[in-house]
Write a protein of this length. Structure first.
Length: 85
Protein backbone atom coordinates (compact mmCIF):
# COMPACT_ATOMS: atom_id res chain seq x y z
CA UNK A 1 0.00 0.00 0.00
CA UNK A 2 1.41 3.37 -1.01
CA UNK A 3 -1.62 5.65 -0.69
CA UNK A 4 -4.58 5.75 1.64
CA UNK A 5 -7.71 7.89 1.97
CA UNK A 6 -9.67 7.65 5.22
CA UNK A 7 -13.12 8.75 6.38
CA UNK A 8 -13.99 8.68 10.08
CA UNK A 9 -17.50 7.45 10.92
CA UNK A 10 -18.77 9.38 13.94
CA UNK A 11 -21.35 8.27 16.48
CA UNK A 12 -22.15 11.37 18.47
CA UNK A 13 -18.94 12.85 19.83
CA UNK A 14 -17.03 9.57 19.57
CA UNK A 15 -15.47 7.98 16.51
CA UNK A 16 -17.30 4.74 15.67
CA UNK A 17 -14.91 3.50 13.03
CA UNK A 18 -13.26 4.40 9.76
CA UNK A 19 -13.57 3.54 6.12
CA UNK A 20 -10.50 3.72 3.96
CA UNK A 21 -9.50 3.28 0.36
CA UNK A 22 -5.98 2.04 -0.29
CA UNK A 23 -3.88 1.94 -3.42
CA UNK A 24 -0.60 0.29 -4.35
CA UNK A 25 0.14 3.30 -6.56
CA UNK A 26 1.02 6.69 -5.07
CA UNK A 27 -2.03 8.98 -4.91
CA UNK A 28 -4.11 6.91 -7.33
CA UNK A 29 -7.78 6.55 -6.45
CA UNK A 30 -10.57 5.88 -8.87
CA UNK A 31 -14.04 7.37 -8.98
CA UNK A 32 -15.46 4.43 -7.00
CA UNK A 33 -13.09 5.06 -4.06
CA UNK A 34 -14.16 8.70 -3.88
CA UNK A 35 -17.86 7.75 -4.15
CA UNK A 36 -17.56 5.21 -1.33
CA UNK A 37 -15.93 7.82 0.92
CA UNK A 38 -18.63 10.36 -0.01
CA UNK A 39 -21.43 7.88 0.73
CA UNK A 40 -19.82 7.07 4.05
CA UNK A 41 -19.80 10.75 5.03
CA UNK A 42 -23.44 11.09 4.02
CA UNK A 43 -24.42 7.95 5.95
CA UNK A 44 -22.53 9.15 9.00
CA UNK A 45 -24.36 12.49 8.87
CA UNK A 46 -27.72 10.71 8.53
CA UNK A 47 -27.01 8.54 11.58
CA UNK A 48 -26.01 11.62 13.59
CA UNK A 49 -29.15 13.46 12.49
CA UNK A 50 -31.32 10.52 13.58
CA UNK A 51 -29.57 10.41 16.96
CA UNK A 52 -30.11 14.13 17.51
CA UNK A 53 -33.73 13.88 16.38
CA UNK A 54 -34.40 11.11 18.90
CA UNK A 55 -32.74 13.15 21.60
CA UNK A 56 -34.86 16.20 20.74
CA UNK A 57 -38.01 14.09 20.94
CA UNK A 58 -36.95 12.83 24.38
CA UNK A 59 -36.44 16.42 25.55
CA UNK A 60 -39.86 17.41 24.19
CA UNK A 61 -41.51 14.53 26.09
CA UNK A 62 -39.69 15.52 29.28
CA UNK A 63 -40.76 19.13 28.84
CA UNK A 64 -44.39 18.11 28.35
CA UNK A 65 -44.30 15.90 31.44
CA UNK A 66 -42.80 18.71 33.55
CA UNK A 67 -45.39 21.16 32.27
CA UNK A 68 -48.25 18.80 33.19
CA UNK A 69 -46.75 18.26 36.64
CA UNK A 70 -46.43 22.03 37.16
CA UNK A 71 -50.07 22.60 36.17
CA UNK A 72 -51.14 19.83 38.56
CA UNK A 73 -49.21 21.39 41.45
CA UNK A 74 -50.59 24.87 40.76
CA UNK A 75 -54.11 23.44 40.84
CA UNK A 76 -53.33 21.79 44.19
CA UNK A 77 -52.09 25.08 45.63
CA UNK A 78 -55.16 26.93 44.34
CA UNK A 79 -57.39 24.28 45.92
CA UNK A 80 -55.66 24.81 49.27
CA UNK A 81 -56.05 28.59 48.97
CA UNK A 82 -59.73 28.14 48.09
CA UNK A 83 -60.26 25.84 51.09
CA UNK A 84 -58.61 28.31 53.48
CA UNK A 85 -60.63 31.21 52.06
Amino acid sequence: MRSSANVVIWAGDEPFGALDADSVEPDVFDKYDVQVCSHTLISSAAVERQRLSSRAQDFARQRELLLKESVHRVKNVLSCVHAVA
